[in-house]
Design a protein around this ligand. Structure first.
Ligand code: GTP
Length: 405
């Protein structure tokens, strides 16, 4: 007779429910969010999706509403659910879980939060990352940012929120490319693509008109591939995409490096980075090392970075080889000052065991972050403050004016 602890074939073992993937759909006013949502919600693979929209966005999906329930959640003709953020986002996300847990809803496969056009998506991500219960039940999948091919460039120039929306994205979706017809529009679209390449080289780009903004391409941008259950670190980090950016920056560094030899009075070299500083406040870069990082060093590095410079960290992702446990990498993921609880993977997904981190920062130069990391991780450079000095007095790293290597 089978032991009662054995699970019959095909029956799911009892245990915590797998976290529900959660995506944020953002993009400036009129960029086509509702249009895209209406399209993808018709896809059969989007069944059992819940969409959370703000009051303003409600109108576009109206024709799909069939049933209004008491808790402000409506059922769409497609079988998906829709609710608006009336109280706060936490309550809305909790209400969805309550429905699922008390059986009023059979399945909840995915949640999409559509932001208002003017919103900075970071606080939405923080809501999930900071809440001790929600962070267990939901997992951040993708930030999808829509960019209007015609007006996108001027929107980026004129609106800080639009730049943040682009910088934080995992997926950048161009809309209205059908309207890019004449020479001028094509030039503007090319410039837009270049600008986005600087702001966020790692995001995958899709074109809504070319129909590559499919469910498959838009979602599953998180670390775990839900089909294989194997973390796809390379795709998630996409560190290679940052290489062109770094190439440009390194010209600046080489220059500064020459100056810094034999000097450690960084203030003499205040101009080393001015060109980059004024060209665009947002930068994207990677750090990597093949030296295992002590856990305490990682913790101090991240703590200092987020406490002193949190608002300047638009997005940080990384995989770290710890000195204490080099076979089990730690994954880090932060949006501004908020970091997701670090996750330990059971093994390295591929042969590349280096620590790699990608950063998108605003007003925080690469050289500064790099030197801080090198000081903490033990990869000391000549003439840089040592790690003990940094711990005692983090202000030793004087930031913008010091020479970069
Ligand atoms: N030509 C063209 N028009 C589009 C495309 N995508 C959206 N539109 C149009 O652009 C307008 C705005 O689209 P919405 O989907 O309402 O944009 P939104 O981002 O939801 O707008 P807000 O909620 O007001 O921020 C609508 O008139 C759409 O029909 C596209 O790819 N091509």
């Amino acid at each position: 007779m089978a032991s009662p602890t054995l699970v019959a074939e095909g029956q799911k073992p009892k245990g915590p429910k797998p976290p529900i993937p959660l995506s944020v759909l953002t993009g400036f006013l009129g960029s086509g969010k509702t249009t895209l949502l209406n399209r993808i919600l018709k896809d059969p693979s989007m069944a059992d999706t819940a969409v959370i929209i703000n009051e303003f966005g409600e109108i576009g999906l109206d024709h799909l509403f069939v049933d209004q329930a008491g808790d402000g959640i409506v059922e769409l003709a497609s079988g998906c659910l829709c609710c608006t953020i009336r109280g706060d986002l936490v309550t809305t996300l909790e209400n969805l879980l309550r429905r699922l847990d008390n059986g009023r809803m059979d399945r909840l496969n995915r949640v999409i939060i559509e932001t208002t056009g003017l919103a900075d998506p970071a606080p939405i991500l923080h809501t999930v990352m900071l809440h001790p219960y929600l962070v267990m039940r939901y997992r951040l999948d993708s930030v999808i940012t829509l960019v209007d091919a015609v007006n996108g460039l001027s929107t980026l120039d004129n609106h800080e929120e639009a730049r943040k929306q682009a910088a934080v994205a995992d997926r950048l979706v161009f809309t209205k490319t059908d309207l890019v017809q004449d020479e001028e529009a094509r030039a503007s679209f090319d410039a837009l693509k270049q600008r986005l390449q600087q702001l966020n080289p790692g995001a995958r780009r899709l074109d809504a008109q070319a129909n590559d903004a499919t469910v498959e391409n838009l979602f599953n941008a998180g670390l775990y591939d839900p089909k294989s259950k194997i973390p796809d670190v390379a795709a998630w980090l996409n560190a290679e995409a940052y290489e062109d950016q770094q190439h440009d920056h390194h010209h600046g560094h080489d220059h500064a490096h020459g100056h810094s030899q034999g000097h450690h009075h960084g203030h003499d070299h205040a101009h080393a980075h001015d060109v980059n500083r004024h060209s665009d406040a947002i930068r994207a870069f990677t750090l990597s090392t093949d030296r295992p990082v002590p856990a305490s060093a990682l913790e101090m590095f991240l703590d200092l970075l987020r406490s002193a410079h949190g608002p300047k960290l638009l997005r940080v992702k990384g995989i770290v080889q710890l000195a204490e446990d080099p076979e089990r990498p730690v994954v880090i993921h932060g949006v501004q000052h908020v970091f997701h609880p670090p996750a330990t993977l059971e093994a390295w997904p591929d042969a590349d065991h280096r620590t790699r981190m990608v950063f998108i920062t605003k007003d925080l130069p690469e050289g500064f972050v790099r030197r801080m990391f090198e000081a903490f991780s033990g990869a000391l450079l000549p003439d840089t403050p040592d790690h003990q000095a940094l711990t005692d007095n983090p202000l030793v790293v004087s930031g913008f004016t010091s020479p970069v290597r």
